[in-house]
Design a protein around this ligand. Structure first.
Ligand code: CUA
Length: 358
């Protein structure tokens, strides 16, 4: 409000001096547009929080990136206000000829020297953040995870302390307060690994392994996404990240390393039979069974995941029947064919089996 009082004061002083101030909107005329602007601004603020916001950081690297954003935003606002004030001054307050020497200094100073200084300062600040997100060779980290970008899902490998590799898909869990080293690859096209609340984004390039260090600072569930256009269903290439206490994480990883549970209900047993006799096993692995396909996601503990089809559907038996029956309607271009032909009964049995794989 103080700014408006100053604005009104300056308008009335200039009007008294006989200057034409009609270009500045009066308080009454700004009333409605101002209200609309304030409402839009308040609504847009809701995008600053949440599980997929860089402005609501939940990790050390994300905090640094958020601070870089706020410095850029604050600096950008100051420069914008300065430029607009200057433009207003030369157009309306003191129009007419200005001294050529002064104008030249303004152009060189404001148009060359000042931007060069600002951009250099931002570059130095940005470069100073990089070592925190890019680990050096042989750096000690608490946990190592490799993630490969597939079309359009995420193949995730955990390296356990005893040298074992546990494969899962479309979900990452991390212990809070521990550093996690991500090794990012792709076997097809370029994807980009991004968990806005924790850090990133880093490209996943075929033939290369890029490394990323993340250290979450609070527990919670966060959204990850592919940030590089990678084909028809790029927009459906998401994943969840759950940050947990160390003990809960250890239990979760130990459970993921186990072979699949044996189905206990008749419907789930029928689901397993449908799975094994309709070619599912040639594309998917379920550890502890004959299914050892490598093309699609590992389904050993698919029932324990937070979502289905790379963050596209909530985890529920109905999601399995919907997904298996209509893969290509839900995710255009996906490799897995639609299995509507199986019929509702078999799809429901499959769903019961897969849901039981916790
Ligand atoms: Cu993967 Cu976009």
């Amino acid at each position: 409000m103080a700014n408006f009082s100053v604005l009104q004061l300056s308008i009335s002083v200039n009007r008294q001096k006989g200057r034409n101030m009609d270009w500045i909107p009066t308080a009454r005329s700004t009333h409605l547009p101002l209200r609309i602007c304030l409402i839009v601004l308040l609504l847009s603020l809701s995008g600053c929080a949440g599980s997929q916001s860089i402005l609501d950081p939940a990790g050390i690297q994300a905090e640094r990136i958020a601070s870089l954003f706020w410095w850029m935003f604050g600096g950008g606002m100051l420069i914008w206000i300065g430029v607009v004030a200057l433009a207003g001054y030369v157009i309306k307050v003191r129009p007419g000829k200005h001294q050529p020497v002064k104008s030249q200094w303004l152009i060189i100073g404001g148009g060359v020297v000042f931007p060069a200084l600002v951009l250099t300062a931002l570059l130095i600040f940005g470069l100073s953040i990089m070592p925190e997100t890019r680990p050096g060779e042989g750096e000690r980290t608490d946990i190592r995870i490799s993630v490969a970008g597939e079309q359009w899902w995420w193949r995730v490998h955990y390296q356990t302390d005893n040298g074992e590799s546990v494969e899962l898909a479309n979900e990452i869990r991390l212990p809070v307060g521990r550093t996690a080293l991500f090794e990012l690859t792709s076997t097809n096209v370029i994807h980009s690994f991004w968990i806005p609340a924790l850090g990133g984004k880093v490209d996943m390039i075929p033939g290369r392994t890029n490394r990323l260090l993340l250290e979450p600072t609070r527990t919670g569930t966060f959204q990850g996404a592919c940030a590089e256009y990678c084909g028809t269903s790029h927009a459906f290439m998401r994943f969840r990240v759950q940050v947990m206490e160390q003990q809960a994480f250890d239990q979760w990883l130990a459970a993921q390393a186990q072979p699949a549970h044996t189905p206990t209900t008749p419907e789930a047993r029928e689901g397993r039979r449908v799975f094994m006799s309709n070619g599912c096993a040639s594309c998917h692995t379920i550890r502890g069974t004959a299914a050892d396909g490598q093309r699609g996601p590992d389904l050993t503990h698919v029932g324990s995941r937070l979502s289905l089809a790379a963050g596209t559907l909530p985890m529920a038996p109905e999601s399995f029947t919907h997904w298996i029956g209509h893969t290509r309607d839900i995710k255009p271009g996906v490799v897995m064919p639609r299995f509507e032909v199986l019929g509702q009964e078999k799809l429901e049995a499959l769903a019961a089996y897969l849901t039981s794989l916790e």
